[in-house]
Design a protein around this ligand. Structure first.
Ligand SMILES: Cc1ncc(COP(=O)(O)O)c(C=O)c1O
Length: 472
């Protein structure tokens, strides 16, 4: 198990820790708050990061199990990245993208085009994942307007999906709870089932499950009308929905139906892009599909700078250039589109990925998955699933019925609390714990992580038994 080392809080933290907690409670709005505690909440205060570790305000060192929010791909405190950001800021900290440009963004766009599948050739840079998805959808609307198909705007999305927190991207979200109290552009979105093999009907084979999903997709297109559907947006692996790995061959079949019906396929690689599955992009290299657009963010800078983007197919751009409306304006751009510091750090991050981190990820992924799989020995664990360096431990009250612990939705949180004590930060999601550590994790560190998780789950089982919530 990881050494419970207490390392000195750094001089990097200026404000006293107590001050930060008090100030946050009085003035800071946290993301995804509940009404009952909004504006009055402090979360675990993190002072430092180094490699795969972060250190909390008490000096406790924790394995960064979720790599921030699936983003610290090459690890914390990489001097190369810090230096490149400093150098770029000293050379040119910002330029307006409205009527000027910078070299790092052009170079990054070229390298992304080289790594992207099919004819994806041009990148529009954004400030993160939500703005990348939003850009892809606004581009689809513009594209169909210019082509004289203004009615072709509906978007297909799936249960379990997470695509962001701007209005249109959030309207695609399909996770339970996300939309309960929130409005959305529901008239623009058509929802399909999640491709979650774990939750398929008991008697259904995987092959029959794929047929069901594909038939549902085809039937929906027929019912709604292909002439009204502009795009399908899907994560190759549904990440925040609980690391839902799609059954083999399903994505290829969906891609074909999109092609046949002139529906743009938008592959949301905000999590899977830039290394998480051992490749720059998973769409082509892992799943064998060539989307019309790929959205990315997070790992593109390993979280060192807020940057995202959408890569667009040459075919679509060529159609626009040849259309009857050369004066049609794509009225879309962000102050920080093509930010020079973001693009410079992304270039260096790409070097690090290509010079060893991708190969390491491909090498260690099987070990990571196999070690985590051993947690299925614990009776509270219904399934451990994953691919590359992303995995989910899903707890169930009863393996047969797969009851996701309806009695107590806080099982993930309970495990997280124990693991924090033991030196591991996990990402709790209702009854699930998601693990997606920095890609530089070693075998020994995987062992530490799994040992702590095992102990955290065991302690949670004890608590649940004592409280009479669970009898496993
Ligand atoms: C697949 C996917 N798309 C989009 C987003 C939104 O990205 P951001 O939070 O950077 O806006 C996320 C965030 O987790 C995501 O997982």
């Amino acid at each position: 198990m990881a050494a419970q080392s207490k390392i000195k809080a750094s001089e990097l933290i200026d404000a006293g820790d107590d001050d930060a907690v008090e100030l946050a409670k009085r003035h800071l709005l946290q993301p995804w708050p509940y009404a009952g505690s909004v504006g009055n909440e402090a979360r675990a205060l993190i002072g430092e990061g180094h490699g795969i570790y972060i250190t909390d305000a008490s000096g406790k060192r924790l394995i960064d199990g979720p790599a921030g929010m699936w983003c610290i791909n090459v690890g914390h405190r990489r001097e190369e990245l810090a230096k490149v950001m400093y150098d770029q800021a000293m050379a040119l900290s910002y330029n307006t993208p409205w009527y000027t440009m910078n070299a790092p963004s052009a170079e990054l766009a070229r390298r992304i085009a080289d790594a992207a599948p099919g004819d994806l050739s041009h990148t529009f840079f954004t400030t993160g994942g939500s703005s990348a998805v939003e850009t892809a959808l606004r581009f689809m609307q513009f594209y169909n307007n210019v082509r004289g198909r203004p009615e072709k705007k509906l978007i297909l999305s799936r249960g379990g999906a997470y695509h962001g927190s701007t209005y249109l991207s959030a309207s695609l979200n399909g996770r339970p709870r996300d939309r309960d109290w929130m409005d959305g552009a529901d008239d623009l979105v058509v929802k399909l089932s999640s491709p979650d093999p774990f939750r398929r009907p008991k008697e259904m084979s995987i092959a029959a499950f794929i047929d069901f999903l594909v038939d549902q997709f085809r039937d929906t297109v027929a019912r709604v009308g292909a002439e009204r559907i502009g795009a399908f947006v899907g994560e190759p692996v549904q990440a925040s929905g609980g690391v839902i790995v799609p059954p083999d061959g399903y994505l290829k079949r969906i891609r074909e139906i999109c092609r046949e019906n002139d529906i743009l396929y938008v592959s949301d690689e905000v999590v899977t892009g830039f290394g998480r599955l051992g490749h720059i992009f998973a769409s082509g290299d892992v799943f064998g599909i060539d989307p019309d657009m790929i959205t990315f963010a997070k790992g593109v800078t390993s979280g060192y700078f807020p940057l995202g983007g959408v890569i667009i197919s040459e075919r679509l751009l060529e159609e626009l250039r040849r259309s009857n409306h050369p004066d049609a304006l794509f009225g879309h751009g962000l102050t920080y589109t093509s930010h020079p510091i973001g693009c410079a750090v992304a270039l260096k991050n790409l070097d690090l990925l290509e010079e060893g981190v991708l190969a390491h990820t491909r090498e260690i992924a099987a070990y990571f998955q196999a070690r985590l799989k051993t947690l299925e020995e614990l009776p509270l664990v219904g399934e451990v699933r994953g691919v590359g360096l992303m995995a989910c431990v899903e707890c169930v009250a009863d393996r047969d019925s797969k009851d996701p612990l309806q009695l107590d939705k806080n099982v993930g949180k309970r495990i997280d609390v124990h693991c924090h004590e033991l030196g591991l930060l996990v990402r709790p999601l209702i009854n699930m714990c998601v693990m997606s550590p920095p890609l530089i994790i070693s075998r020994e560190q995987v062992d530490d992580m799994v040992a702590i998780l095992r102990e955290g789950i065991s302690r949670t089982m004890d608590d649940l038994r004592k409280e009479g919530v669970w009898r496993g």
